[in-house]
Design a protein around this ligand. Structure first.
Ligand SMILES: [Zn+2]
Length: 124
């Protein structure tokens, strides 16, 4: 996968123009060395340690990691990833099928979650 953001080190690459440059992994054909360390630092999860310390039995740490890598996670929003809160959010958005699936995968009672979301626990 190619990253869209390619920080340059500001150093010219040692490769020769032409075929060698086109195939050069150090500059990816740009002629300027790409700062791969900066790319790695950027694609790492900034809150990795915090997320690793969270209980994956209670929180959807996988979703946290994905959002963190995409810079969409903040420690303030950690509670949003609590299994119960994920299901309640789905219910409040009217995503009942999704909420049922989430209950099944998180080991939660669907009726209880409906009640927590302020809905009739036994519809129909
Ligand atoms: Zn090069």
């Amino acid at each position: 996968m190619k990253t869209q953001y390619q920080p340059k080190t500001g150093q010219k690459c040692g490769c020769k123009r032409g075929v060698q440059r086109d195939n050069c992994p150090a500059c990816e054909g740009t002629g300027m060395r790409i700062d791969f360390a900066a790319i790695r630092a950027r694609t790492q999860s900034p809150h990795a340690a915090l997320i690793a310390s969270m209980d994956s039995g209670e929180y959807d740490t996988e979703a946290m990691q994905i959002d963190d890598r995409n810079r969409n996670f903040s420690p303030d929003s950690a509670e949003d990833y609590r299994h119960e809160n994920i299901v309640i959010a789905s219910l409040q958005n009217g995503q009942f099928t999704q909420a049922k699936k989430q209950c099944a995968s998180f080991g939660l009672e669907y009726a209880e979650m409906r009640q927590s979301a302020g809905l009739n626990p036994f519809p129909g």
